[in-house]
Ligand binder design. Structure first.
Ligand code: ADP
Length: 312
C-alpha cells in the first residue's frame, strides 16, 4: 500500500484549566488528520513532514508523533528556531479565544529542508497532504521554491491532496491567499475544501459553487464539507450528495474537518469507495465534535468508530 505524508505545522497547545494553570498538548491541522487516520487504519503508513527546533518541547512533540504511530524521518530540526505555540482561553460565556506565537516558528523554514534526498523518500502513488494553513506557514519568500518542490513530486508520481483551510489572519491580504490557493487547486489531484473556506475569498456560498470552482481546475476527486449539511463529492464528472446526520450534542467543532480529512484519506487508501469513505469520515468528525480540543480521547473515538470499521 502507498504511504501518506502530512506536511505542515504542529504546535504546542496550552489550554487554560483554571486561573493559574494550563494543560499542555500538541495540535495542528495536518497532525490532527494523521492521528485520526492512524486510529482508524493502523496499517496505513503515515509520515509527518515538518520543521521543529532542538528545544525540549520540540523533542517531546517528536515523541508524540511516534506515540501516534507516525513516521518522523522527515521531521527536521532547525538549529535556532523553536516549535510554534498557541494558547486557548474560554471566557465565562464559553467563547474560545486563541493567541498564537508562531510568526517565527521553525515550521516557517520547512521548504528549505525539502532537498533532493528528501523528495526521493516519496514513491509514485504516495499521497502528500497539505492545507492552506501549511501554505500560510511557509515563509512568503520560500513559497516559489515550495511550488517547485511540489511540482517535482507530482511529476515523480506523488498524489497531491489539498484542503484550503482558510485562516484570514495568517495571510497579509486576500490576494496573497488567493494566489496560493489557485496555485494549490491547479496542482492538486484531490481537494477536500469546506464551503466556509471559499466564501470569504471567492464569494462562493454553497457546496455546489465550490464544486463548480473545482471543476475549473483539473482535480480528480473533490469532497466538499459544509458543517452539518450534506457533503458533496465530484469524481469522474459525477456529483453526488452524501447525507450528514446533524449532531445535537456539539461540544467543540475544533478539528472536525481535520478528522474528516484523515479518515476519508485512510479509507480511500484502503480502496473503500467515496460514499463509504465519506460515511466513515463523517462519523469520525461527529465523534470529535462531542469532545473538547483537537484530539478526542482515544478510547471514546475508537469505541465510536469500531462498529463501522469492523464491517470492513
Ligand atoms: P471544518 O472543520 O473544516 O470547518 P466543517 O465544519 O465543514 O469542517 O465540518 C467537517 C465535517 O464535520 C462535516 O463535513 C461533517 O461531516 C462534520 N460535522 C461538522 N459539524 C457537524 C454537526 N453539527 N453535526 C454532524 N456532523 C458535523
Amino acid at each position: 500500500m502507498n504511504k501518506i505524508f502530512f506536511l505542515g505545522e504542529c504546535m504546542i497547545e496550552l489550554r487554560r484549566t483554571d486561573k493559574t494553570n494550563m494543560r499542555q498538548s500538541f495540535a495542528g491541522d495536518v497532525f490532527n488528520s494523521a492521528v485520526y487516520l492512524k486510529r482508524c487504519f493502523n496499517k496505513v503508513s503515515c509520515a509527518m513532514v515538518t520543521a521543529l527546533g532542538e528545544d525540549k518541547l520540540s523533542t517531546e512533540m517528536v515523541e508524540a508523533f511516534e506515540q501516534a504511530g507516525l513516521d518522523t524521518g522527515l521531521v527536521f530540526r532547525h538549529p535556532h528556531k523553536n516549535a510554534g505555540l498557541y494558547a486557548i482561553e474560554t471566557d465565562d460565556k464559553g467563547e474560545r479565544s486563541f493567541t498564537y506565537w508562531r510568526s517565527d516558528s521553525a515550521a516557517r523554514t520547512l521548504a528549505r529542508f525539502l532537498d533532493k534526498k528528501v523528495l526521493s523518500a516519496f514513491k509514485a502513488g504516495d499521497l502528500l497532504f497539505f492545507s492552506g494553513i501549511s501554505l500560510a506557514v511557509i515563509a512568503p519568500q520560500d513559497r516559489e521554491v515550495f511550488w517547485q518542490k511540489l511540482s517535482a513530486l507530482k511529476d515523480a508520481g506523488a498524489v497531491l491532496v489539498f484542503d484550503p483551510n482558510y485562516r484570514a489572519r495568517m495571510w497579509q491580504s486576500t490576494d496573497e491567499a488567493k494566489y496560493a490557493f489557485d496555485k494549490a487547486f491547479s496542482m492538486a489531484q484531490i481537494a477536500l475544501p469546506g464551503v466556509e473556506d471559499l466564501s470569504a475569498l471567492y464569494g462562493i456560498n454553497d457546496a455546489r459553487g465550490v464544486i463548480e470552482y473545482c471543476q475549473s481546475h483539473d482535480i480528480k476527486e473533490v469532497v466538499v464539507k459544509d458543517g452539518p449539511n450534506s457533503v458533496l463529492s465530484l469524481s469522474q464528472g459525477h456529483i453526488e450528495h452524501h447525507t450528514i446526520v446533524p449532531n445535537q450534542n456539539v461540544v467543540d467543532t475544533t478539528s472536525a474537518g481535520d478528522a474528516f480529512n484523515g479518515v476519508y484519506l485512510g479509507a480511500r487508501m484502503n480502496d473503500l469507495d467515496i460514499d463509504k469513505s465519506i460515511a466513515l469520515a463523517a462519523k469520525a468528525a461527529s465523534i470529535v465534535i462531542q469532545h473538547s480540543g483537537a484530539i478526542a480521547p482515544k478510547e471514546a473515538f475508537t469505541d465510536g468508530m469500531s462498529p463501522l470499521l469492523s464491517s470492513e
